[in-house]
Design a protein around this ligand. Structure first.
Ligand SMILES: Nc1ncnc2c1ncn2[C@@H]1O[C@H](COP(=O)(O)OP(=O)(O)O)[C@@H](O)[C@H]1O
Ligand SMILES: Cc1cn([C@H]2C[C@H](O)[C@@H](COP(=O)(O)O)O2)c(=O)[nH]c1=O
Ligand SMILES: [Zn+2]
Length: 189
């Protein structure tokens, strides 16, 4: 996994970092790591997640290996803009669950001089790009693609296999409903 390790942070401007990958690839872990370091640097950090993500907690972002950070729950991306006035660093988890308005919002925040760190699924269970992630990847200054381990063959995994019968694009779940697979082992149910 490539880490966000610029030689120095940009000066006098904001920027956007996107952490994208399949489920279980370490997106939330990496988001939490960067936000914790920003807190150690005494920066004002605000963390947001969409209301629909009530999988492990109503109020925290939580990784599959139980690391967590308190967060603010929002439905409308414009709420993030309003609630971030005093923030230096803004973390957003599960970006794939927000509307395309998130693209304008994070651009505005970066234009205001803030560091915006976004984590989200780049593809749905069929392997189709999951909006608004493609747009966010296009406007980001820094991109990290995280890979999991294919549970079938042990290769690096970039896809998410849905294990239960549903053709809804949005279906909140964890290991009960999904597993990480490589290109060779993934199939569209
Ligand atoms: N197939 C897998 N490959 C890699 N990590 C896995 C796998 N299944 C479970 N995990 C666990 O998931 C953790 C990553 O969780 P998380 O950061 O929440 O991922 P994501 O946000 O990308 O879904 C790993 O550190 C590991 O403990
Ligand atoms: C592939 C896929 C996933 N989801 C849901 C399942 C989880 O609630 C989140 C992803 O969480 P993670 O932090 O990346 O583990 O998204 C979905 O709704 N639709 C899909 O196609
Ligand atoms: Zn495989």
């Amino acid at each position: 996994m490539s880490e966000f390790t610029p030689h120095s942070s940009p000066i006098g401007t904001g920027w956007i970092e996107v952490i994208a990958g399949c489920m279980f690839s370490g997106k939330t872990e990496e988001l939490i790591r960067r936000l914790r370091r920003a807190k150690i640097a005494k920066q004002n950090v605000k963390v947001f997640k969409p209301k629909i993500d009530n999988r492990y907690s109503e109020s925290q972002i939580v990784s599959h290996n139980e690391q967590s950070l308190p967060s603010i729950i929002v439905e409308d991306p414009f709420d993030i803009l309003e609630l971030s006035e005093d923030a230096h660093v803004i973390g957003i988890d599960e970006a794939q669950f927000f509307s395309n308005d998130l693209v304008d919002v994070v651009n505005k925040l970066a234009d205001q001089g803030k560091r915006v760190i976004i984590a989200g699924l780049d593809m749905d269970y069929r392997g189709v790009p999951f909006e608004p992630m493609p747009q966010l990847l296009a406007i980001a200054e820094y991109i990290t693609k995280t890979l999991a381990i294919c549970v079938n063959c042990g290769n690096p995994a970039d896809r998410t296999q849905r294990k239960i019968a549903s053709s809804e694009r949005v279906l909140v779940g964890a290991a009960d409903s999904y597993e990480a697979r490589c290109r060779k082992c993934h199939y569209i149910p």
